[in-house]
Design a binder for this molecule. Structure first.
Ligand code: LMR
Length: 338
């Protein structure tokens, strides 16, 4: 009996010796999530990414470490998605206007001008079946969609006043990637050009492009207003981000960790969505206060002219994103299909 007890003890000690370093190594090596994005830490998305890091590390008691790489320090727009698919980064939050290279052009339905009458309409659509349906399309690309982060509506800018749609004629306008954006601007006589966000300031400063469209907080956090004299608050397209992860990485996480990360994501999403509108309002006020950039709010008649000039894109976009997608989106906003 004693012999058996001794050999059992010896076995336990031996197993302990073998396992202890491995267990220590496990405890000392957290799971690392590299989270890359293209805005500054001061933009709503930048703040929300840092909030996710804080909560994820807290809720997992340090078993997960989130490394946030802001402002394109790791990857630029198009490279990000490839890096995610290859597993070089685990988490991103790109604008949904940039998903065409993945072969999921249906996301561009969200770039249809004046699709959303207001913020409430956007919230309903993105949090409903349409938003979830778009996420499903990412699965076969090795990507899982976790949440949508809001960043409000686009304003439009140049170094000349943009009062009427015809004022865009001949202007080189930077766009972020969506073909629907391209067609919308081209329809008004502009010359749209896809360009990485990190290159935009320089391109505007040097005149490589004449103008841009983005949210007010993206102007101030990139100082774009320093190189644009006129902004018009057309609010024609909504900017939203899809927070996405490498599917294999996500599915391979221990279930308890994933649950904590989902909780952290839910709270950072609420946080992002609670600050986006105010950040845009503050940004516009800050731009006005500089006195260097003129902000023009269209009159109702001018607004109608912008809407009318952009509507033809609903026809051409059908070839790209599918008439069904457009009908579904219109229905989700409570309007009937065109
Ligand atoms: C852009 O490239 O214009 C934006 O998508 C940047 C961003 O992520 O807000």
């Amino acid at each position: 009996m004693k012999v058996i007890q001794q050999s059992l003890l010896a076995a336990v000690v031996a197993v302990g010796v073998v396992l202890a370093p491995a267990m220590r190594a496990h405890a000392a090596d957290p799971i690392v999530i590299k989270f890359s994005h293209v805005v500054t830490d001061a933009a709503p998305k930048g703040k929300a990414a840092l909030r996710f890091k804080e909560l994820a590390e807290k809720y997992t008691d340090g078993r997960v470490k989130v490394e946030v790489y802001p402002n394109s320090t790791l990857y630029k727009d198009a490279e990000e998605l490839e890096a995610l698919q290859l597993g070089a980064v685990q988490m991103l939050a790109p604008s949904t206007a940039k998903f065409a290279p993945l072969g999921v052009k249906e996301f561009e339905v969200l770039d249809l001008p004046y699709l959303f009458a207001d913020q409430a309409s956007y919230d309903t659509v993105i949090n409903g079946p349409l938003g979830q349906g778009l996420f499903k399309r990412l699965q076969s690309k090795g990507i899982t969609g976790l949440a949508y982060w809001d960043n409000g509506f686009y304003v439009i800018s140049a170094n000349k006043p943009l009062i009427q749609p015809s004022d865009l004629k001949g202007l080189k306008m930077r766009i972020s990637g969506s073909k629907v954006d391209d067609e919308t601007l081209r329809g008004m006589g502009a010359l749209p050009q896809i360009m990485a966000f990190s290159e935009l300031y320089q391109a505007l400063q040097s005149g490589v492009v004449d103008g841009a469209q983005n949210t007010a907080s993206n102007y101030t956090t990139q100082k774009l207003n320093d190189v644009q004299k006129y902004i018009t608050t057309t609010y024609h397209v909504h900017l939203q981000y899809a927070v996405i992860v490498n599917k294999k990485f996500w599915d391979g996480l221990p279930a308890d960790i994933r649950t904590e990360l989902e909780k952290a994501m839910k709270e950072s999403t609420d946080y992002n969505n609670s600050i986006a509108q105010k950040e845009n309002a503050d940004a516009l006020a800050a731009i006005k206060a500089t006195g260097k950039t003129e902000i023009h709010d269209p009159t109702p008649a001018e607004k109608k002219a912008w809407v009318d000039a952009m509507m033809p894109v609903y026809q051409s976009a059908a070839k790209r994103v599918g008439q069904n997608m457009i009908d579904e989106a219109l229905k989700a906003t409570g309007r009937s299909a065109n």
